[in-house]
Write a protein that binds this ligand. Sequence first.
Ligand SMILES: [Zn+2]
Ligand SMILES: [Zn+2]
Length: 340
Amino acid sequence: MAKRFPSELRFDLVSKDWVIIATGRARKPTTFQKNHKLHLELKQKECPFDTLKEQEETTSAFLNGERISIPRNTYLKDWTTVSILNKYPAFSHGTSIKTRHVGPYEVMDGVGHHEVIVTRDHKKDIPDFSIEKVRELIEVYHQRFLELMQDKLVNYITIFKNKGATAGASVAHPHSQMLAIPVTDPDLQRSMRGSLQYQQERNRCVHCAMLNWDREEKTRIIFENKGFVAVCPFASRVAFEIRIYPTKHSAYFEKIDDKQKDLFAQALQVTLKKLKKALKDPDYNYFIHTSPVDGENHDHYHWHLEILPKTSTWAGFELGTGIEISTIEPEKAAEFLRKN
Ligand SMILES: [Zn+2]
Ligand SMILES: [Zn+2]
């Protein structure tokens, strides 16, 4: 009989990272459920997102699925989802980018856009929304993406959500953020390189190759509809990592059509509902990885949404090596999520 090791190293075909999956120490999936003692609760006297009074600039507004115009000199009263300028932006609008040198270093102005996307209900988040509300959120992501792309200084747009204090959210009211920036982030650059290399060597998309295998094998699949599939990646970096991919190859989130938006909304909601139920409402981050909007050809890439639940804190080994020990096999995590 082959010797059974306490863990296995799995190679991520795209990022070229090794991850460690603990296969020996059998941790029950339920031990990953949210431990309230460890989680800070966000408490605020007044919510900055309940009304738009405090917010200076609304960039788009929706009311029950329809985009509405933003009134001048008065506050928007009826809305269901809006995008607003971040009050504490990491990047702000500019007309040119200056780079300068400081000794051996290069510095670039933080030119770009930083917006917050807010859904109306203070308590309800994606798992509790009607499907129409999830669809509206996707619509806001998409429309603002198309608009921000028009800025010639913007080369990369990222959409992300921090849920809960341990995931970095400073406001309890459900919201997501969009950053449109002049450079591509290193994490995405690496995964773009990995996917290009695979394409050049084997003449096919690495993500499609992984998805074909995963959909055939089924052990890592959480949910699938006619346009999207949710999986726990083979080389998961964290316990209960999830990715949602369009099943038809597409490098560009901005090319999503209306029918796909319906299916994406369903896949996102079903997945987050399962996660909420399975791990008792854990904190998490999600983000969309899509091709840069720099005008170059990135057809080899395959856009997707990644969900990283907060089930552990990085300690010495993780910080020192950048390798996280994922203490549950992705196959077991997916099985547990499927059942919920
Ligand atoms: Zn609120
Ligand atoms: Zn693909």
